[in-house]
Design a protein around this ligand. Structure first.
Ligand code: ADP
Ligand code: MG
Length: 270
């Protein structure tokens, strides 16, 4: 197992109300793509921070590559896990090539100068994420979809053994969102990575991920393969909104109902 989360609970210091993550158990192996889904504030990002060892749980334990996540030197863990976080301003005046080279930072020697291996890894990542033609562009000039693919390329240039994306498609249109989901799923299987995809796009998660964890107020309300996890009961409880279920290519998909018509439509489905 690459990640093992055992009955983990985390409460932010000074946080109001209950814990942000409560009694969650989860394991992710190589070549597996696990999606963490759930509404805003349900604990998805906190769970990811626990996986990455940037937060220490008050109870339970998180193992990454067989060792407690918080015990890793940050640089050593950064070599193994590529992360594409929720938000990142293209704040510095960098060319795409340089931005992706930053992914090599945890690998660079004491002088910090990139070698032929680093340059080759950057070139491969640029090609694989279909952004090589953007190499010399300033990152501030990229569209949202281009910038996200460049960020995935930077994570890939690390040559990680695990890849974690947190709402990385949240502001993208359909094509660019689909491209990031397709790319993530392909990278996970091609490179035998442990993949974690945090998203509130339940329907897409169900189509791309091997397993889902449905978060609700810090707890894992359901987890397992999409077909066993997604139901109107679970989704209505978690998203607090009426839904109807359907199928696409054998995978459950949901349709949020209009409240005014929900009772008749959901009757119709049953
Ligand atoms: P999600 O990613 O699913 O939207 P989060 O993990 O960010 O949810 O948040 C879970 C809960 O923890 C929320 O109630 C949120 O307000 C709270 N929370 C998140 N970050 C902090 C923080 N730094 N300090 C205090 N509370 C936080
Ligand atoms: Mg979040």
């Amino acid at each position: 197992m690459i990640f093992e989360v055992r009955n983990v609970t985390y409460r932010y210091p000074g946080g109001h109300g209950g814990p942000a993550v409560a009694g969650v158990t989860l394991s992710i192996g190589s070549g597996e793509l696990v999606a963490v889904v759930g509404p805003n504030g349900s604990g998805k990002t906190t769970l990811l921070r626990l996986l990455l060892g940037t937060l220490e749980p008050q109870s339970g334990e998180v193992l990454a590559f067989g060792r407690r996540a918080t015990e890793w030197k940050r640089r050593d863990l950064a070599r193994r896990i590529g992360v594409v976080s929720q938000r990142e301003e293209a704040a510095f005046p960098l060319r795409v090539k340089q931005a992706v080279l930053f992914g090599r930072y945890p690998h660079l020697g004491p002088l910090g100068a990139p070698g032929v291996n680093d340059i080759a890894a950057v070139d491969r990542a640029l090609q694989r994420c279909d952004v090589a033609h953007l190499s010399d562009r300033w990152i501030a000039t990229l569209s949202g979809g281009e910038w996200q693919r460049v960020r995935v390329a930077r994570a890939l240039a690390q040559e990680p053994r695990a890849l974690a994306l947190d709402e990385a498609t949240a502001s993208l249109d359909i094509r660019h969102e689909m491209e990031v989901f397709e790319l993530t799923a392909q990278l996970v299987s091609e490179n035998n990575l442990a993949g974690v995809l945090v998203t509130h796009q339940v329907n897409l998660a169900a189509r791309f991920a091997d397993r889902l964890v449905v978060m609700h107020r810090g707890s894992a309300r359901a987890s397992g393969p999409p077909g066993t996890v997604l139901s109107d009961t679970v989704l209505e409880e978690v998203f607090e909104w009426p839904v109807a279920m359907t199928q696409w290519e054998g995978v459950p998909q949901f349709v949020p109902l209009r409240k005014s018509s929900s009772s008749s439509s959901s009757e119709h489905q049953k």
